[in-house]
Design a protein around this ligand. Structure first.
Ligand code: AMP
Ligand code: MN
Ligand code: MN
Ligand code: MN
Length: 293
């Protein structure tokens, strides 16, 4: 029989950033949990983009597998005209205003998808049909879905290639969205009783100074932590740990797993957090309570 892990253990093997078919992942929540459990992790959070639809299934499978579960999601938001991702943990998925928030963002995603398709049609890519298919089969429509369609139709060699040449910044299908402000996203997570964590802080196109400003504002908005271990990017762990300590943010760790065919960020097999940072999971179970540190 398995035992529940001690959440105050800083060497705990966790994976707090995972995607399922409810956003742009390729596996069901139960299959994601199985992979994380098989890898030996003791705690996980499913963090689909702008939805909580997979949480119940993940929770049930975690209970069966003896893995600790915490509610998670990855919110899309904006800061200085750029879109950012803020993870929410340990919140109440049934908090009333949350569903309206998520529904609005998902609508923004649908509007953007149609605009991306319109631009790609000008490049003689039959993207309207792809976009319609994606919208019909997914509640959260993402560029990853479109990238996969573009690969299937031989407009790109790989998903990465589709982002580089067709969907990413500076390419014909790039459409920026004015998601809700970062501070409002933090407030939404806190309103639901949760902890806000800035996802993959080095993945945004920002100067070092702007990144520090972002972390400062994130902290001031009530942000609790930042990702320090992001997938397999081991060289980034020390610089991120230094930033977390400087801004008084707790540290999180997640693979950002989406696709079992992609070998570089397998679920549940992450580097340990450095001893210099405070693991975010030490705050779980206390979110929203006055004793929270
Ligand atoms: P969206 O949220 O619709 O803007 O799509 C963003 C998602 O696309 C991210 O969550 C990643 O899963 C994926 N993504 C972004 N950039 C890349 C890239 N260069 N290569 C592969 N996937 C990417
Ligand atoms: Mn994604
Ligand atoms: Mn992200
Ligand atoms: Mn993610």
């Amino acid at each position: 029989m398995s035992t529940q892990p001690n959440p105050t253990d800083s060497t705990l093997a966790v994976d707090l950033h995972l995607h399922s078919i409810h956003s742009d992942g390729l596996l069901s929540p139960a299959d994601v949990v199985d992979r994380v459990a098989d890898a030996g992790a003791a705690m996980l959070a499913l963090t689909d983009h702008d939805t909580v639809a997979g949480l119940l299934e993940a929770r049930e499978r975690c209970a069966e597998r003896g893995v600790s579960w915490v509610p998670g999601m990855e919110l899309s938001c904006s800061w200085r005209g750029q879109s950012l991702h803020v993870l929410g943990f340990d919140f109440d998925p049934e908090y009333g205003p949350l569903e309206e928030w998520l529904g609005n963002v998902r609508e923004q995603r649908r509007v953007r998808m149609r605009e991306i398709a319109r631009r790609l049609e000008r490049k003689r890519i039959a993207a309207a049909e792809m976009a319609a298919r994606i919208e019909a089969s997914h509640d959260v429509v993402t560029r990853t879905h479109l990238a996969r369609e573009l690969v299937a139709a031989k407009h790109a060699k790989s998903v990465q290639d589709a982002f580089k040449h067709l969907l990413g910044r500076g390419s014909p299908g790039h459409v920026s969205v004015e998601y809700p402000a970062m501070a409002a996203a933090v407030e939404c997570i806190m309103g639901a009783g949760g902890l806000a964590v800035l996802a993959h802080p080095l993945r945004y196109t920002l100067s070092g100074g702007a990144r520090r400003q972002l972390l400062q504002e994130f902290r001031e908005a009530g942000g609790h932590g930042m990702e320090v271990v992001c997938g397999s990017a081991r060289g980034q762990i020390e610089p991120l740990a230094t930033l977390a300590a400087h801004f008084g943010l707790a540290a999180s760790a997640g693979s950002d797993f989406h696709d079992p065919q992609i070998p570089w960020n397998p679920p549940g097999r992450l580097a340990k957090l450095p001893a210099s940072v405070r693991p975010i999971w030490h705050s779980f179970g206390r979110a929203g309570k006055p004793s929270r540190q």
